[in-house]
Write a new protein. Sequence first.
Length: 317
Amino acid sequence: MTSRRDLIKAGAMAAIAGTVPSSVTFGDPVPEQNKRGTDTFWPNGARMVISISMQMEAGAQPASGAESPMPKIDPKYPDLPASKWYDYGYKEGLPRLLEVFDRCKIKVTSHMVGAAVDLHPALAKEIVQRGHEASGHGQTWSAQFSMSPEEERVSYQQSIESIERATGMRPVGFNAFWLRGTPHTLEILQSLGFIYHIDDVSRDEPFLIKVNGEPFAVVPYTLQMNDIVDYEGRYFSTQEYAGDLKAEFDMLYAESAVRRRMMSVSAHDRIAGRPSRAKVLEEFIRYAQNHSGVAFMRKDEIARFVLESPLSVREGI
C-alpha cells in the first residue's frame, strides 16, 4: 500500500518536474467544491495568483528599541544608525521597488503605517498613482494585541484618515503588527468598512469567515516568504531567498492544476528595497511570469473576487 509520505514525496518530485501525474495527491484529498473548473478558480481563467506586499513603514518606528540589524544598545541612548537604516526605506527602498514593479508590469498591495504616510505623503500618493493598493497597517508601531477595543478603533480610524488624506484611497485591507490582533480586531475592522485582513497563515488560498454575521475575506500571509524573517531572522543570502521563492512557487504551481492556489510574498521598504534583494525579487517575478496562467493581483482584488466566487472556502459560514 502506498503511504501518505510516499504520495507527498511523489508530489514534490512532480512539482520539480513541472507535471502532476493523475495518481499523485498533495496532502489531504481536495474537496470536490475546491477542484478546478474552467475559468472558475481565478479571474480571466488564471491558473495561479501571486500577491506581493510592499510595507511602507519607514519613520514610524519607535524612537528607541526599534528592531534593526544593529547590535542592541541601552534604550536610554538614541540609536542613530538604526534610524538611518529605516530612512533607507523611503529614500531608496520604496522608489527602487516601484521601478521593479513598473518594469514587470505588476501591481502590489502596500501596507502603510499611518505615521509613515503622514511623514511621507507624496511617496504614499505616488504608490497609489502607479496603480498599487494602499492598505492599513495601523497608525503607529504600537502592538494591536495589547490595545483595548477603544484604542484599536481609534488607531484604525486614524490610519484610514492618514492614508485617505495622502492618497485619496480608503483602505479596505489590514495587516496587524506581526499579525497579532485581538479578539475584537476583525469586528472593529468590519464595522469600519474593511473587507479583508491578511493575519492568517493557515491556508495557501484565500477564504471566507463570518464577522458580525457577514462574510469577511482572509487573504493569507506566508511567514517563509517574508523578507524580514529570511534576511534579518535567518540571515539568508539573496541566493538562498531566491531558491526559497522558486521552490515555493514550483510546488504551488503544480498544485494549482487541481485547486485554487495563491502565493504571498512580503517585501519591506528597507529590506527588499536593497539593490541585491530587489534584483532577486525582480528575477523571481520574471521567472513566475514565464509560466502560463500566472497572474499577479492586489489583495483588494483578491478579496473582492473571493467574496463573490461560489468556490471560495468558507469557514463557519
